[in-house]
Design a protein around this ligand. Structure first.
Ligand SMILES: [Zn+2]
Length: 444
């Protein structure tokens, strides 16, 4: 089976490609790029991508798919459907399920469920410690053999520097990156929002930026001590971004990600007591938001990750301080990036592709993803930079609806998602662009 993506604007930082090209796919793999004028091969499905951006498939390094254990919030199948609807071809599933993914049996279960769903690729992330309890290291080697690509106790920070050192030394032996949720619990003290002007006005317990920054600094020092690969999840503060900037200057193996809500909303949004503004780390003040955008544009930030965290409406309907942390994000991330970053001229399209595809593949060593090189798996994200669209949470593929972006309108979005050469998502408005045969009328 062959698929030709014609007349698209192809961006692939791994090959320095940023120009109009055709892209040919055969049997789920990329055959190669050719000039726009080149002949269409015989017996070939054709996707007319005139005016569209063709990028290597987007990879979300940080999602919570809730299965096993909380299938009423999300399943691996519904999460994978939400991923491809949002333009992601691959997602990495955090281990805080029930049971926790701290052993090979759970790892294999996640992979099998993802294969059954047959949509986005799903790579499991294993727990650092057993039950993510922070006391005893999990069997990283067995989980790696079963298919994990990183370790994390996300949702919880690794509680002590001593435990983190041992975790990094152990993970280094298996060449696994350690992903940490940076939060010093003794500083965060049960806070429900950012500690600052708005927590004072609203009378709610705050989490100071320092809670994240102390832990980020600790982890970078330990990466230097151990030589382990360290990836800092969902950074939200200017100080943590600055810590990563300095670690990189010193040549440490440190990378980081940020989530779309942290460069689009501030803690001012909490004043409506909408629990869809409650996440951890919390929405911060404008100076932190500005620092994240600087990090996105200057290369300090490596990846955009959604931290997609589905919760049932009944749980989010609780009082603000009782409601769980987190929002869904797979179907709004590309829209928020296009609308608030690319359309605003804050980052280039090429930088967007680095943040959403090239860098996640490099950090996680997903060698045949994040690239359009000949022979790579044919995972593609196709974007219309000019599309104006409105997100309707009630039509989300996720089982949950907890988002502060319901009804928001975006400039630019992912209109098609191709996984292993198969079109698994196509915005109906664009269905006329795909012709099942090599129809030479398209050549004109
Ligand atoms: Zn987290």
């Amino acid at each position: 089976m062959r698929l030709l993506i014609r007349n698209g604007y192809v961006i692939d930082p791994t090959q320095g490609v940023n120009t109009g090209k055709n892209l040919l796919i055969e049997d789920g793999r990329i055959v190669g790029l050719s000039g726009h004028g080149d002949a269409v091969p015989e017996e070939c499905e054709v996707f007319d991508a005139t005016g569209l951006v063709v990028a290597p498939g987007f990879i979300d390094m940080h999602v919570h798919l809730r299965e096993p254990g909380h299938e009423y919030k999300e399943t691996i199948a519904s999460g994978a459907a939400s991923a491809v609807a949002g333009g992601f071809t691959t997602v990495c599933a955090m281990p805080n399920t029930s049971p926790v993914n701290d052993n090979a049996a759970v790892t294999r279960f996640v992979i099998e469920q993802a294969e059954r769903a047959g949509l986005a690729g799903v790579f499991p992330i294993g727990a650092i410690t057993k039950n993510s309890a922070g006391t005893e290291l999990a069997e990283m080697g067995e989980m790696k053999d079963a298919g994990i690509i990183a370790v994390s106790d996300d949702g919880r920070p690794v509680p002590t520097a001593g435990m983190m050192r041992r975790a990094m030394e152990y993970a280094r032996g298996f060449d696994l990156p350690v992903i940490d949720h940076c939060e010093d619990k003794s500083l965060a003290r049960g806070g429900v929002m950012h500690e600052g002007h708005w927590s004072l006005v609203l009378g709610m317990r705050g989490m100071p930026a320092a809670a994240e920054e102390v832990d980020a600094e600790r982890n970078c020092l330990l990466a230097e001590l151990t030589g382990a690969r360290l990836h800092l999840a969902h950074l939200s503060t200017s100080g943590a971004i600055e810590t990563v900037r300095r670690a990189k200057e010193r040549g440490l193996p440190v990378t980081c990600e940020v989530a779309p809500h942290h460069w689009t909303l501030t803690d001012e949004a909490v004043q409506n007591y909408d629990t869809n503004t409650k996440m951890s780390p919390p929405l911060r003040s404008q100076d932190h938001l500005d620092a994240i955008i600087t990090g996105l544009s200057d290369g300090t930030v490596d990846a955009i990750a959604t931290d997609h965290a589905p919760h049932h409406a009944d749980e989010k309907a609780l009082e603000y301080d009782q409601a769980p942390f987190g929002i869904i994000g797979l179907e709004t991330a590309v829209g928020l990036a296009m609308d608030r970053l690319v359309s605003e001229g804050l980052i280039s399209l090429e930088r967007l592709v680095e943040l959403c595809s090239t860098n996640p593949a490099r950090i996680l060593r997903l060698e045949d993803r994040g690239t359009l090189r000949a022979g790579a798996r044919a995972d593609l994200t196709i974007i219309d930079p000019e599309l104006t669209w409105t997100f309707d949470a009630s039509r989300s593929k996720s089982r949950s609806r907890n988002t502060p972006f319901d009804g928001h309108t975006f400039r630019g979005g992912a209109i098609a998602t191709i996984v292993a050469g198969r079109i698994v998502h196509l915005d109906p408005k664009y269905s006329r662009l795909v012709d099942v045969r090599s129809d030479h009328a398209l050549m004109s």
